[in-house]
Ligand binder design. Structure first.
Ligand code: PLP
Length: 412
């Protein structure tokens, strides 16, 4: 008799996005006229086409694959040296950060990396996760058996939740007790909050004092324009000894459909064996990668490399500026409509407080029915998201402007 992984049965049935899809479909089926003017500001996917430098690199790499002399089969599982070098140099060393080429692991996505990293960490770790949160951190821990069952509020036994509220500016503080693995995401999805240098210093100090590991998700670092806000955890002294950083080309280069990302595992980062010996994690992640992964395609790695050319960098800037222009329009529109608004600067997400007494799902239904706009209910990201909704600035400028007008016309 074969057994299934019971932990999967603890998951709350992929509740958020299927439920949004169901409500949107019902609405569109019963209101075909309104369906035609529907604007989606829900799912965090980019909308603008790939930068020209990327398209050129893709074409060139495709042609190389068609010639015997330049054809490529399996590449190094952890990424081609030229891409690892470009990343380590241009994202880190040129900015004064100590990251070696072989500390970069190229992958097909940060979502996968955030989940896969649990392969090399012990099951006995106490896990700290923000609330609200990017659901991947939580669900992958549930799948790995690191939690008990969820209670009626959706909170899993065994997870140390870090509440993110208006009081702490939606940036979690280190707990008074001991945790071993901490997920941090800045700029944050869903709240759009960014952690200051002082806040990240507090976390690094906590991690070093407790021999804990920070899993730092920097998927939105390209959206930081304020020079005082760290774009990498390695800007904080000591972070090489306590942090893994995840980065992705999804939100800067628009690679959500192309698929390429990277994880930084410093060779100085140690963790404990079951009998208390300290050992480096880098060899474990290398072993995991070479055993379970066969690398990102040559064509896609050439496309990622193109983002680091002068042309590519300028085109990424243009893309990011476009989305941040939308964010400014949406923040202004929501404020003019009387909402209390967070995020939207140094981050593409806007986190809006629903009117008093209105739940996240009630706000979702009202905005869908009266404004024909799809947002994401904050409660779908965790208990502390209740009473908020997320507006994404991944859209055309015309749509952002139209959403801003429609939100102001709403009567609650
Ligand atoms: C979009 C996003 C990522 C990137 O995921 P990919 O798998 O690289 O596309 C990572 N973390 C967060 C929080 C995100 O929103």
């Amino acid at each position: 008799m074969a057994y299934l992984n019971d932990n999967y049965l603890k998951l709350k049935a992929g509740y958020l996005f299927p439920e949004i899809g169901r409500r949107v479909k019902t609405f569109c089926d019963t209101n075909p006229a309104a369906a035609l003017r529907l604007i989606r500001c829900g799912i965090g996917d980019v909308t603008e086409p790939l930068p020209a430098a990327v398209i050129a690199a893709l074409h060139k790499a495709v042609d190389e694959m068609g010639l015997r002399e330049s054809f490529k089969g399996y590449g190094p599982e952890q990424g081609y040296d030229w891409l690892r070098h470009a990343i380590a140099k241009k994202d880190f060393r040129d900015r004064g950060l100590d990251v070696a080429d072989d500390e970069i692991f190229v992958s097909d996505g940060s979502k996968c990396d955030c989940g896969n990293i649990l392969d090399i960490l012990g099951h006995q770790n106490r896990i700290a996760i923000s609330d609200p949160v990017y659901p991947v951190y939580l669900d992958t821990n549930v799948m790995a058996g690191h939690t008990g069952e969820a209670d009626e509020t959706g909170a899993y036994a065994g997870i140390h939740y870090l509440p993110c509220t208006a009081q702490n500016g939606f940036v979690p503080e280190p707990p008074s007790g001991k945790v071993d693995v901490i997920y941090l995401c800045s700029p944050n999805n869903p709240t759009g909050a960014v952690a200051t240098r002082a806040q990240l210093e507090d976390w690094v100090r906590y991690a070093l004092a407790n021999q804990a590991i920070i899993l730092f998700d920097a998927a939105y670092e390209a959206y930081i324009t304020d020079p005082a806000i760290p774009r990498s955890i390695y800007e904080i002294p000591g972070a090489r000894d306590c942090a893994i950083e995840f980065r992705s080309f999804s939100k800067n280069g628009g690679f959500t459909g192309v698929r390429c990302a990277l994880t930084v595992v410093p060779k100085t980062l140690m963790a404990s064996t079951a009998n208390g010996e300290r050992k480096p994690l880098h060899p474990l992640w290398l072993r995991r990668t070479t055993t379970k992964f066969n690398g990102v395609s040559y064509i896609v790695q050439r496309a990622a490399e193109a983002l680091y050319s002068d042309e590519g960098k300028a085109q990424v800037r243009t893309l990011v500026n476009h989305y941040m222009g939308n964010a400014a329009v949406l923040v202004a529109g929501c404020r003019a409509a009387g909402f209390t608004v967070f995020g939207g600067s140094n981050a593409p997400y806007i986190w809006v407080s629903a009117p008093d007494g209105v739940t996240s799902w009630q706000a979702f239904d009202k905005i869908l029915h009266d404004a024909n706009v799809v947002i994401t209910p904050g409660s779908g990201f965790g208990r502390h998201g209740e009473g908020y909704f997320r507006v994404s600035s991944f859209n055309s400028r015309a749509n952002a402007e139209e959403v801003s007008r429609r939100v102001q016309a709403l009567r609650w």
